[in-house]
Design a protein. Structure first.
Length: 182
C-alpha cells in the first residue's frame, strides 16, 4: 500500500512545507491534516489526490500541527473520522459541524479496514494513536509525533506481526539503533 507524505516540515521541490504532518494511505485514508488547510490543499493538488476518494480520516492527537487543517472535512463526503477518545469535547463538536462526518472515538486497538489498524490510545500526558499498515514486507507504523514513545508504539504494533517500517514524527526520540532488528 502506498503512503504519500502530504504535509511535513521538509518538502520536495514544488511542494509547500509547514510544521506538522499529514499523509495519505492508499487512496482512501488521510492520516492527520497538518497545521493549515491552504498548505494541505496545495500539496494534495500537486500530488493529484482526489478528495472524493478519501473516506476515512485518522487524527493522531489534538495538537494544532496535526489537526489545524481540519476544515478539509467540509470538502469530503461521507467520511469516517477516527479520533482518540481523549480529544476535547470542543474539538469533537467542531468535527461534527464540518459536513458529512461520522465520528468514531477510539480507545482500544481496532481494524478500520482490511489491513489497516489503529493502535488505540497510548500514553499518559499526551495521548496519541498510531496507524498500522499491513504490507507484503511486514507492518509499517504511521505515527503523529510519537509522544507515548516510539519504542512503546512499535512494541504495541509488533503484537500484530513483523515490523517493516515506520513513518511520521519522532519527537524527543534518539535511540533508533536499539529498535532496529535484523
Amino acid at each position: 500500500m502506498k503512503i504519500r507524505i502530504l504535509y511535513d516540515n521538509i518538502a520536495e521541490e514544488g511542494f509547500r512545507s509547514g510544521w506538522g504532518f499529514s499523509c495519505l494511505i492508499g487512496e482512501h485514508v488521510l492520516f492527520d491534516v497538518g497545521a493549515d488547510l491552504n498548505t494541505l490543499l496545495f500539496n494534495m493538488r500537486k500530488a493529484s489526490v482526489e478528495l472524493d476518494e478519501i473516506d476515512k480520516v485518522v487524527l493522531s492527537h489534538e495538537h494544532h500541527d496535526h489537526v489545524g487543517g481540519i476544515q478539509v472535512l467540509s470538502m469530503l463526503k461521507n467520511v469516517k473520522v477516527f479520533t482518540p477518545c481523549s480529544f476535547s469535547n470542543h474539538f469533537k463538536r467542531k468535527i461534527s459541524m464540518l459536513g458529512e462526518v461520522t465520528s468514531v472515538e477510539v480507545d482500544e486497538p481496532i481494524e478500520i479496514s482490511e489491513g489497516l489498524y489503529l493502535t488505540g490510545v497510548l500514553g499518559y500526558f499526551i495521548r496519541e494513536q498510531s496507524l498500522i499498515v499491513e504490507t507484503e514486507k511486514g507492518l509499517t507504523v504511521v505515527t503523529g509525533c510519537s509522544h507515548p514513545g516510539l519504542e512503546k508504539i512499535l512494541n504495541h504494533a509488533s503484537a500484530l506481526g513483523k515490523l517493516y517500517g515506520v513513518v511520521g514524527g519522532f519527537h524527543g526520540f534518539s535511540k533508533l539503533q536499539s529498535l532496529v532488528r535484523t
